[in-house]
Design a binder for this molecule. Structure first.
Ligand code: SF4
Ligand code: SF4
Length: 218
């Protein structure tokens, strides 16, 4: 899921012109506690307390889904037309769904910062395990990502700073490369990590990628 954190309130309010319609996202922003029903309602109360009129609110299943955003816009057409600003409490992808669907004349404000792709450890802990590098090395590193979990992103490790299996950058962190070695021994894939990894091909991480499916799809 995409992890987000709320922007500073004054930063959001400064961008708002006129009255507001608030969109939330019922999946990632809900789990991040930045834009689910509860946070959308809290934002409504805060804005009204600052004398900013809120025309309406709507939490979409997934703000990153263009068709769902189109439907939400259709369902709220009248009330949206009264709003001077549409405030979106979802990741940058969701904000741009709104930008893509709503007319260019409507001011759209993002209420959160998009932080990382996170694994859900439990309801109060989200952990970054993949940085979406576009050139995955997990098959060579025992299924553990050095790009994300080693603070230096080393493809050949561990570095000389590893001490007592801990990371030199943060002694509370296990060294990612120790974990990679340990798991590779268990998996009998140690030969893979003994090869010197070549510099990563970041050219495959093209900006603004689009993945198109072929054949039947949902
Ligand atoms: S190498 Fe790491 S950052 Fe890159 S795609 Fe694989 S898991 Fe994600
Ligand atoms: S100690 Fe391990 S995890 Fe930390 S920077 Fe060095 S190789 Fe990476």
């Amino acid at each position: 899921m995409i992890v987000t954190k709320q922007k500073k309130l004054d930063e959001i309010i400064e961008k708002i012109k006129g009255s507001v319609f608030i969109f939330g996202c019922g999946i990632c922003s809900d789990t991040s506690r930045t834009g689910g029903r509860k946070e959308v309602e809290a934002m409504r109360l805060i804005l009204e307390d600052r004398d900013i009129a809120v025309e309406g609110t709507y939490v979409i299943d997934a703000m990153c889904h263009f068709q769902k955003v189109r439907k939400a816009v259709r369902d709220n057409k009248e009330v949206l037309s009264n709003a001077g600003t549409v405030l979106v409490l979802s990741c940058g992808s969701g904000v741009q769904s709104a930008v893509g669907v709503l007319p260019d004349t409507i001011k759209i404000v993002s209420g959160v910062d998009t932080v990382f792709l996170g694994n859900i450890e439990n309801l109060s802990s989200l952990k970054e395990m993949c940085s979406l590098c576009g050139n995955c090395v997990l098959n060579e590193t025992g299924g553990i990502c050095p790009v994300t979990l080693c603070p230096k992103g080393l493809l050949n490790g561990p570095c000389g700073g590893m001490k007592n299996y801990k990371c030199e950058i943060d002694e509370n962190l296990d060294c990612a490369w120790v974990k990679i070695y340990e798991r590779s021994i268990i998996q009998d894939t140690i030969k893979d990590i003994k090869k010197i990894a070549k510099p990563k091909d970041y050219s495959v991480k093209k900006p603004a990628a689009t993945l198109r499916f072929t054949g039947s799809h949902r």
